[in-house]
Design a protein around this ligand. Structure first.
Ligand SMILES: Nc1ncnc2c1ncn2[C@@H]1O[C@H](COP(=O)(O)OP(=O)(O)OP(=O)(O)O)[C@@H](O)[C@H]1O
Ligand SMILES: [Mg+2]
Length: 272
């Protein structure tokens, strides 16, 4: 088939949506969301880059969870458009890691069956499922017994399993809503590093909500700072220190600068 000559196509037909800059994965245009008659997002635009980790940070109740839930298709938008490489949500495979791992895993299934669940749902054969689970076990370096039920595992182990389940089908985008907030410090550090390792292996686009600014910056390629509601983008900061980032990163001047800049923007928005 011959390519269409762009000069023959009306601009609005050729470009129904203003595209993001090169490397954009998710384009959000004219998004509106109201709760109880009050605007949360009004005519909201955002570009999320592909193969990067975007940390979402902002005041309490500004709509961080609602934003990722709308993008992930867990809650409806009132109007506007959200596209993934030009595709709809229905045509896109996504993974989601919930804050509350206790409610996320099915208690009646062994942990390994929880992880395998989305693969079985896709109709994969037992052999394919076993192969994929083995890959995940290797990449997460799992040391605990996956044949136990979730309630027999520690919080960190359960959240590890939740992340494995979310990644099992190879999602294009992984959403994480405060995935560390119910974990103790040691587990937080452990899973943070696992997440970074997986990102280095797979370059999966990740959108991470975090209420811990240090963590948000540490993991991020971009820090998305939101205002109070009605919510707008306050600023998007780039943070480009090489990976893997380590504890040394925390004292790198670029890290300290990005964190201070994020904090200043956050405080400006909270006081506004
Ligand atoms: N189902 C709902 N019905 C009515 N209001 C809602 C609903 N869900 C969220 N809201 C309101 O929308 C706003 C944004 O909520 P959301 O949970 O997205 O914020 P958040 O930034 O994730 O907050 P937090 O920092 O507490 O996690 C809040 O004011 C909240 O009360
Ligand atoms: Mg939230």
């Amino acid at each position: 088939m011959r390519p269409i000559d762009p000069s023959l196509v009306a601009p609005e037909a050729a470009l129904p949506i203003r595209p993001g800059p090169p490397g954009t994965h998710i384009t959000i245009r004219g998004l509106n969301k109201y709760f109880a008659g009050k605007p949360l997002y009004q005519n909201f635009d955002l570009d999320i880059p592909k193969g990067k980790i975007v940390s979402v940070f902002g005041p309490n109740g500004c709509g961080k969870s609602t934003l990722i839930n709308m993008i992930a298709g867990l809650i409806p938008i009132d109007s506007g458009s959200i596209l993934f490489d030009g595709k709809s949500r229905a045509q896109t495979k996504v993974g989601y890691v919930f804050q509350n791992y206790r409610e996320a895993l099915f208690p009646w299934q062994r942990t390994i069956d929880n992880i395998a669940y989305p693969l079985k749902l896709e109709g994969q054969s037992s052999a394919q499922v076993a192969r994929r689970v083995a890959e995940l076990v290797a990449s997460f370096d799992v040391k605990f017994d996956l044949h136990r039920y979730p309630y027999e595992l520690s919080g960190g182990q359960q959240q590890t399993a939740s992340i494995m389940r979310a990644l099992a089908p190879g999602p294009e985008v992984l959403f994480l809503d405060e995935p560390f907030s119910a974990l103790d410090f040691e587990m937080t550090l452990f899973i943070r590093e696992k997440l970074q390792e997986v990102f280095l292996q797979t370059a999966t686009t990740m959108v991470l909500v975090s209420h811990d600014l240090e963590e948000a910056v540490y993991l991020a390629d971009r820090v998305l700072l939101l205002t109070k509601r009605p919510t707008r983008v306050a600023e998007i900061l780039s943070y480009d220190d090489p990976r893997p980032r380590t504890t040394d990163t925390l004292s790198a001047p670029s890290f300290i600068r990005t964190k201070a800049e994020s904090l200043a923007i956050f405080q400006r928005e909270v006081r506004r």
